[in-house]
Design a protein around this ligand. Sequence first.
Ligand code: R5P
Length: 313
Amino acid sequence: MELSLVAGSANRPLAAAAAASLGIPLTSADVRQFPDGEQHVQLRQSVRGADVFVLQPTSPPVDKHLIELLFLCDAARRAGAERITAVIPYLGYARQDRRAHAREALAARLAADMVTTVGVDRVVGIDVHGHSIEAFFSAPFDQLSAVPLLLQELVRLGFPSESVIVAPDLGAVKLAERYAKDLDLPVAIVRKTRVSGTEVTVTGVIGDVRGRVPIIVDDMISTGATIRAAADALLRAGARPGATVVATHGLFVGDAADRLCGDWLERVIVADTVRPHTNTLLPLHMVSVSGLLSDGIGRLHRGESLAGLVTYE
Ligand code: R5P
């Protein structure tokens, strides 16, 4: 079965790098928007009988990129693809995986239903927010992790021995423990409450951060409100400036970069699961997941195990 890698418009540089590392060209596809706002896709090459991987993070603008992904999978199925795998390096809507308030939609479940409805045989994600998402997909779901790559970069750049790994909210505690174990550092936890999409409040810091330099770890940075509130609380609790922030997905929406910039921050390390941010003021270090993806895609194509690439909790 021939291997085909199709890219949506959300992160073509990542798809091109993964294709190059697989030693194949990207399958030619036309992806555009009509003047009325409708999305339109067309595969420019035959994929009949092929093992098709469609790579598209559903990053902002989330709905546009989600629709493109669905359309590309549908186009591949209708064009006679033998097997279709949706490779979604960043999964939008994953944070809406439960109803936190009355009469809300369960958006993560619906997004998963849409992806499986178009006939994908398998889904591959990277550090998806919340492991329970796997249960929302009726197709097999493999979750790869960029954390080993981020850890490697952190070690390469170096950090003070009197650092402390910080979970900026309770949801990040397991992740923080993973970093702390590998780096042999203590853990602190910030108690966060979300007020709105752009506002969070901190009610306290658990753990001793006095005189320590924070390494704040999270799965994603969206508006930067979580990280900034955590940083301010850590400084108030006696932490030293010069913090490092590490996250898999750097969305940096709106004025996130301005919110994050400041003397408290030494650097931000993120992966390229979404298209790299271009604000030059942010001390950004990018780690590419192209090798991780090409390794995963190659193994799935050959029917090999993903051992060492996937995460379980
Ligand atoms: C929340 O549970 C996530 O892990 C992130 O902490 C959060 O979504 C980041 O969003 P923002 O940057 O807008 O605070």
